[in-house]
Design a protein around this ligand. Sequence first.
Ligand SMILES: N[C@H](CCC[C@H](N)C(=O)O)C(=O)O
Length: 283
Amino acid sequence: MEFIKMHGLGNDFVFLDHYSVSDRDVDYPELARKLCHRQFGIGGDGLAVILPSNVADARMRIFNPDGSEPEMCGNAIRCFARYVYDQKIVIISDPMLVETGAGILKLNLFIKEGQVQGVQVDMGEPILRADLIPVLGVGEPVVGQPIEVLGETYMYTAVSMGNPHCVIFVEDFSTLDFDRVGPALEKHPLFPRKTNVEFIQINSPQEITMKVWERGAGPTLACGTGACASTVAAILNNKTERAVTVHLPGGDLFIEWGPDNHVYMTGPGAYVFKGEWLGTQLS
Ligand SMILES: N[C@H](CCC[C@H](N)C(=O)O)C(=O)O
């Protein structure tokens, strides 16, 4: 089975082009567990599938390495847009409409001399109503509420970009036990569908540094929806302006929470290689 490996700031994905095999009945969760495995498979932070759509130019399904299917993936959708444009699956670039679990998203591709230089994604409106994120126990938006984990209390802000995010502000990353606190918060009972966890340091009113522990994937070099959720959380807590550069371990994303209440994410999508998966079984 052919695949394409791409990444968005080091958040890497195995892509399957199933655009022309519309009624294929594939066990994508099991494929994700196999293909994303770093040693027994190809390796990736997720499996992204390119499919036809009845309501948009194309459809993206995304699966975490644990086989779970999240609603959206910001870094993958930029790679998706570049691939479907380059393959002439979709020739429209301003805007390209992509069907996702978080709704139909509008993407604008920046093209120079025929090359996709970057993609701006209208990520839609952030979801702040706790019961829609979902977060248990509170009815209002969750801004700066206490959450206890591993005997420590953190102040968190919860935002959904279609997928849930728990955003924690840190003064100094060196004091954070990331590898223990991250997974403990990912599975915290306050989040019935688990959550992505972002730890952010405010560098200035226009800059944030972010570390992310992703739901169903663990630590990654970048998280597009997480960068959007973190920017919204920083603004809700009066820590930044509405246009922010988010510094991630894999690179920078530019995020803006617009006056139309939509969040806009701009960043790259890159090819790594094409290949054929030979179907080696996990031992
Ligand atoms: N693990 C995430 C999905 C991938 C999000 C991230 N890779 C991005 O770029 O938005 C979740 O379960 O919600």
